[in-house]
Write a protein that binds this ligand. Structure first.
Ligand code: ADP
Ligand code: MG
Length: 374
């Protein structure tokens, strides 16, 4: 640490300050009344992303040339509002968070600043003490949290939309399927009622017809209930269901689809586990169709370690290519993660540009007693 030209100090005070400067992990810089840098510690030039101590800026004007200071939302903060300038005007600034952008490189990072006026014996402002803590990691975590919250909101909205659609489908199905037969039934009963006094024979025929309608209608209702039941495993074992799913994709004639289920031995996974893995396979296969441009996809289900079941969907396509700067999964990937987490499993998505994508879910075969799938 060099001497402090703007601020005369006796050697003992200098030694204390040097020790304090070196010991703290926050960046510290001292400015004189002309906003020239008179002293700073190593944490400060590192925070500023200078390559060395000697490379550091010498004045606030130089900082302004090198950095853009922004609010956390990215609005520019003019130099006159920087903590150092305000402190030179007599007002301290504590805990101000800023986003910094290095003009040359475009690097972005975050810091929380304190700027305090330093006064001399006569209570005149002699300089500014600036301290800064690097909050980039915090900000990145917050960003991630905000992104996953907004994904969750999207997911919930999407679920609600699907539920609405499902309700409409059910009401349409009931309306179209039942309205007609019930109207006919009503007419037949009316005819029977009209005829019963004068022509009991005719009334009997109408009643017979009405009874036939009732039998037909109850059959219709059974069919409708079957059609409304969620598809998915539909009572099949997991292996057969995955096999059929893979075959149906193969049937599209767009790529080779292979299924391997010999590795799955032992007892059938719990229904919620089977259903989860089936849905994951369904979404992963759809993604391969939609995004991968693959020529081949393999679906593999097998026993995993410690009584788990492992599902892999492996394609040889272009790989997941998140646009630079974005790490957002779509609703499909988010939904898969949610589903797998809900049955206490792990989902891994590995992807390399050009060589393809592997989606792997590992889920305990049996769920803990008292568990109910959401
Ligand atoms: N198998 C895959 N191959 C290449 N890209 C994929 C694959 N699976 C997913 N992706 C990429 O990841 C993104 C997110 O997928 P997903 O969460 O299922 O959302 P969606 O399918 O609705 O776009 C896709 O838009 C796509 O860019
Ligand atoms: Mg998808």
């Amino acid at each position: 640490m060099g001497s402090t030209p703007g601020i005369p100090l006796d050697p003992r005070a200098r030694a204390i300050i040097d020790a304090a400067f070196a010991a703290v992990s926050d960046g510290i810089a001292v400015f004189d009344v002309n906003a020239q840098v008179v002293d700073f510690n190593d944490a400060f030039w590192r925070f500023c992303r200078f390559t060395s101590r000697d490379d550091a800026a010498h004045s606030i004007a130089e900082f302004d040339e090198m950095f853009e200071v922004q609010t956390p939302d990215g609005d520019p903060v003019p130099i006159g509002q920087w903590g150092v300038m305000r402190a030179l005007g007599g007002s301290e600034q504590l805990g101000a968070s800023y986003r910094l952008r290095r003009r040359g490189t475009g690097d972005i990072w975050w810091g929380r600043f304190n700027a305090l006026p330093i006064t001399d014996d006569g209570n005149n402002i002699a300089g500014v003490l600036l301290t800064v803590r690097d909050t980039s990691e915090e900000e990145r975590l917050l960003d991630k949290l905000r992104a996953s919250q907004s994904q969750l909101r999207d997911l919930i909205a999407e679920r609600e939309r699907l539920q609405d659609e499902e309700r409409k489908r059910i009401s349409r199905e009931l309306h179209d399927g039942l309205q007609q037969v019930l109207t006919a039934l009503n007419l037949k009963l009316g005819m029977a009622e009209d005829a019963i006094a004068d022509d009991p024979e005719a009334a009997r025929r109408w009643l017979d017809e009405a009874q036939e309608s009732v039998i037909e209608t109850s059959q219709d209702i059974r069919d409708m209930i079957r059609a409304l039941r969620p598809r998915g495993l539909a009572g099949r074992g997991l292996r057969d269901a995955l096999d059929a799913l893979t075959q149906s994709q193969e049937g599209l004639g767009l790529m080779t689809c292979e299924f391997s289920g010999e590795g799955l031995t032992g007892d059938e996974p719990d229904p919620e586990v089977g259903d989860c893995l089936y849905r994951v396979a369904q979404e992963a296969l759809t993604n391969v169709l939609k995004h991968a441009a693959a020529t081949r996809v393999q679906v593999i289900v097998a026993d995993g370690a410690e009584d788990t079941v492992r599902l892999q969907v492996i394609d040889n396509g272009r790989g997941i290519n998140h646009a630079p700067g974005t790490t957002r999964d779509g609703l499909g990937l988010v939904g898969m993660r949610e589903r797998v987490a809900a049955v206490d499993g792990r989902l891994r998505v590995a992807s390399e540009a050009g060589t393809g994508t592997t989606v792997e879910a590992i889920v305990p075969r049996h769920q803990i007693e008292g568990y109910s799938a959401p």
